[in-house]
Design a protein. Sequence first.
Lengths: 190, 190
Amino acid sequence: MLTVALGKDYRRQDCSLAKALELLGERWTLLVVRDAFLGVRRYRDFLVHLDIPRAVLAERLQTLTGAGVLERRRYQDSPPRDEYVLTARGRELWTVLYPLTRWGERHLGSPGGPRRIYAHASCGTELDDAGACPACGCAVPPGDVETRPGPGADVGLRDDPVSQALRRPHRLLEPLFGQSIAAENVSLSG
Amino acid sequence: MLTVALGKDYRRQDCSLAKALELLGERWTLLVVRDAFLGVRRYRDFLVHLDIPRAVLAERLQTLTGAGVLERRRYQDSPPRDEYVLTARGRELWTVLYPLTRWGERHLGSPGGPRRIYAHASCGTELDDAGACPACGCAVPPGDVETRPGPGADVGLRDDPVSQALRRPHRLLEPLFGQSIAAENVSLSG
DNA sequence: ACACCTCGGTTCAATGAACGAATCTACGCT
DNA sequence: AGCGTAGATTCGTTCATTGAACCGAGGTGT
């Protein structure tokens, strides 16, 4: 059939940004990664928090897992259940997502102020635009970031269980719900 | 007709990242911004360098201009010609694009090494993953970055005039071709 | 004057991806 | 058996992207 077969890759671009965007630039993908940083791990929780079509979510989780951004792992057997967690490679995306979030906050922000606050967990200081702690003078890895809603948050826009859980302060990367049996002894601060 | 009218925004997301992605997350958009950092300014040059459909390019340039990321300005009158240049708001996206480019280089890179080198223009030192100069110990604004092809560049993949011009080292934000009459006395280092 | 070229678009039919509702499977509970 | 939940897959409709054709303004060549 000699299909032209193109469509979703930027393959005629000799550029690492284009390669990254082939993987991460599709609709919904970076919001899935954002939710993973916020502690979302289960299919159902991504689904209700993102309002994403089921087929699209399944495809994105598979792509991200195949690319080594997420890891799929079993957390219970009796009804077999898996969770999707960020790998080291996925956690490196914090240095992309955080500045982009801040850019959106500055230029497309809500009138009341930031929609969400990110602070250095060990000292409580809010992070600067670069993701560093002004008090400690160092870059803060996502596992050391505590997040909570800010004054610009639109209470009442969403009411799913994930949005409710996200109204309490908590650390990035830590599971929103206590569904994980263990494996939390490995360092998540990378 | 009661159209559901949805489709391209993430409007049910109370999140600044989602707002940023509504604007920047569409196909081609971030590659247009990348080209603007590389010094591309004219419709035709974006067109031949990106292999982007004309209608999509026109739409993206309009959207980015409307959002204040690019500014459209006349640079000659006789045949009226405009160029699209990054605004201060657009130049702030360097802190997003550079880390994402490095992430792609690390994890989706070409075998020969980096496809493109970014160095501190005043001292020649290559930037680190965060976009800072290891020698000077400071963050380097895009206007102070010199770029040139790296060992992983695929010579021969593209042969348009823009790709050819990009084979010589040059500073980010400076026009690739000398078409601009003036207005280069304003600081571009922000 | 006339043909022809470039630049910066717009229009349009075909394709492909996203959407959202319905369905399916595996498993547990009562 | 009947019901519920989690994690998908299937499928018809809608919507965006693609790529080729066309258009208009403004040179340039003869």
